[in-house]
Design a protein around this ligand. Structure first.
Ligand SMILES: Cc1cc2nc3c(=O)[nH]c(=O)nc-3n(C[C@H](O)[C@H](O)[C@H](O)COP(=O)(O)OP(=O)(O)OC[C@H]3O[C@@H](n4cnc5c(N)ncnc54)[C@H](O)[C@@H]3O)c2cc1C
Length: 543
């Protein structure tokens, strides 16, 4: 509940420091309304959890920043009815041209690279500013508002409460008491510093540049243009709007300026030198330079406080993973906080946030480092592969099912799994191609996406069988409101995707990851999972 427990204007007429005793209380205090904080807030709306979200900025970012939106993010958006709007507002990256020394050396078709793996089998180009606007509009349409121009100053946390001091737009200091605090406050995170969590890793020597502009050249606007050179690359991502592109690349290592000292003209000169193309870049909307760090927090939580998004992990832009990962951090955290706040699960459930998302961050950093090395590494053999081998074989290689089945799940984040998590009960999953801890795979049921049935923010117990009467006993009424039960036919799509012809059951967590999959049992197995693994107590007294 949001309450104001008292307010007095104790400002002295002669004092510059304004102190207020205004106190707000809430269940979850979210620091930062970037994509991570906004997405955590949207998820808490789904669970009906009370929260406050503050940001020191005036409003959502006007800058494009991240532009790659992946399938897993769109699947999450779908649950809050934002996926369709996102796709309408963005552009699907359909094909790529590989250019070396000003000549097209290869073409890639990735319009349907993830066909059959997700309802969104592509990469969507949609600027971060537009993603933030979508999430923010969702919050407002549910009666929630971000407290803009409100800055976290400090906080303390005990076993039972977090107390934060924030500075409001009128310069006053207010106190907010919360059950939990989520630091979605970006790479320089005050929350992370205050918790004393490490942020180990390294910084790349080379400086990146990014510019959004219109480009006149001989190429059509329907493709990603990847210009490869011995020592680096420059990529032109098509954006919605005539001739609009996001251009990203790096300066050479010997370029000795700091962020903020670089003039736009230096970026344009660098682009022209590297691409060796005849092009006219104009109507530059935005440009920026930055150093790439690759770091993650030593822990994603401490007591009642959590880190999510860039406050917990930063890495190279290779693969466009940052914003998408922050959105998924929020998605993972929200249902766990909700169950604990509702008194359904004990606080141990919250430890699995750190367990699952820290492991994911470690894997992510390894992957983005490797991708970055391939794109910009200056060892002679990497440079040789990049400019001489890769362009001519890329499309063939990408057409191979084996490669598609590896590349798309990795990039789109649908392949992220929590198989090592203590929430994954493996007994019984030996006979299946998917395992406990995997995302519920995508397939069609009666011509419709299986995800259409899985939108409610609850556990889902799915029984697949063609036998009359089988699994009819599956009633989880003791957990009514927490688990939805569904019975489906064992169709060809199901058997092909899950790799079995026998009847089976799956218990899905509220984020649609598999808690268990087994040929046996249903209600009993679900009850024991909820009790022993999730620590959930029945909602109704046992009858
Ligand atoms: C040029 C560029 C290109 C990128 N391209 C991609 C891409 O294609 N795909 C991708 O996935 N990612 C990309 N990224 C990364 C992406 O932008 C970040 O990962 C993303 O912004 C992280 O979101 P966040 O909400 O965690 O942090 P942020 O966006 O940094 O938001 C943190 C928020 O916290 C607020 N805040 C900070 N301190 C306080 C405080 N004390 N009190 C109150 N508020 C506070 C800030 O004002 C800010 O609004 C790119 C980044 C850049 C710079």
């Amino acid at each position: 509940m949001f309450t104001v427990s008292g307010s007095s204007n104790s400002t002295s007429r002669f004092s510059l420091i304004r102190v207020s005793v205004m106190k707000q209380t809430t269940d979850v205090l979210i620091i930062g309304a970037g994509p991570t904080g906004l997405s955590l807030a949207c998820q808490l709306v789904r669970y009906g959890i009370d929260f406050l979200i503050i940001d020191k900025k005036e409003g959502v970012t006007p800058y494009s920043k991240a532009i790659g939106v992946h399938a897993r993010t769109l699947e999450i958006y779908e649950q809050i009815d934002l996926a369709k709007r996102a796709v309408e507002q963005g552009a699907v990256a359909g094909k790529g041209r590989l250019i070396v020394d000003g000549e097209v050396r290869g073409e890639l078709d990735f319009s349907n690279i993830g066909e059959g793996m997700s309802p969104y089998p592509f990469v969507l180009m949609l600027e971060q500013s537009k993603n933030e606007q979508l999430l923010y509009a969702y919050l407002r349409s549910h009666g929630k508002e971000v407290q803009w121009e409100t800055e976290l100053q400090d906080f303390t946390a005990t076993d039972s409460l977090v107390t934060a001091r924030v500075k409001t737009p009128d310069g006053e200091t207010h106190t907010i008491e919360a059950q939990y605090l989520a630091g979605c406050d970006g790479p320089k995170s005050l929350v992370r510093h205050t918790l004393g969590l490490g942020f180990g890793g390294s910084t790349f020597e080379r400086m990146f540049y990014v510019a959004d502009a219109q480009v006149d050249w001989r190429f059509s606007h329907d493709a990603l243009h990847i210009c490869l050179a011995k020592e680096s690359f420059a990529v032109f991502f098509p954006l919605k709007g005539e001739k609009r592109y996001r251009i990203v690349g790096t300066f050479p290592e010997e370029f000795a300026k700091d962020d903020g000292e670089v003039l736009y003209e230096e970026i344009e000169t660098r682009i022209k030198e590297l691409t060796k193309l005849e092009l006219d870049i104009h109507d530059v909307e935005w440009f920026s330079t930055y150093k790439v760090h690759t770091r993650h927090a030593s822990g994603f939580s401490a007591g009642r406080c959590f880190l999510a998004g860039d406050s917990a992990h930063i890495h190279s832009p290779a693969g466009a993973q940052g914003m998408n990962t922050g959105i998924q951090d929020g998605y993972n955290l929200a249902w766990k906080i909700a169950l604990v706040l509702r008194g359904i699960s004990g606080p141990n459930l919250l430890e699995t946030y750190n367990e699952e998302r820290l492991e994911n961050a470690r894997n992510l950093l390894r992957t983005t480092d490797r991708m970055f090395q391939l794109a910009a590494g200056d060892e002679w053999w990497i440079a040789f592969i990049r400019t001489n081998v890769f362009p001519s074989v890329a499309n063939y290689v990408l057409g191979l099912d084996m490669v598609r089945n590896f590349v798309f799940p990795l990039l789109s984040q649908i392949g992220i799994n929590y198989r090592h998590s203590s929430l994954s009960r493996h007994a019984g999953d030996e006979d299946f191609t998917v395992k406990a801890g995997d995302r519920m795979p995508y397939f069609l049921l009666d011509g419709k996406s299986v995800y259409d049935r899985l939108r409610e923010p609850r556990f889902h117990l799915l029984a697949f069988s063609n036998e009359q009467g089988e699994f009819e006993e599956a009633n989880v009424e003791k957990y009514a409101g927490l688990v939805d039960f569904h019975k489906f036919q064992l169709t060809r799509e199901v058997t092909e995707t899950l790799g079995t012809h026998r009847s089976f059951t799956i218990l899905l967590r509220p984020d649609n990851y598999i808690g268990f999959i087994t040929a046996k049992g249903s209600a009993v197995a679900a009850e024991s999972y909820l009790r022993e693994v999730v620590g959930a107590s029945p909602l109704l007294p046992a009858g």
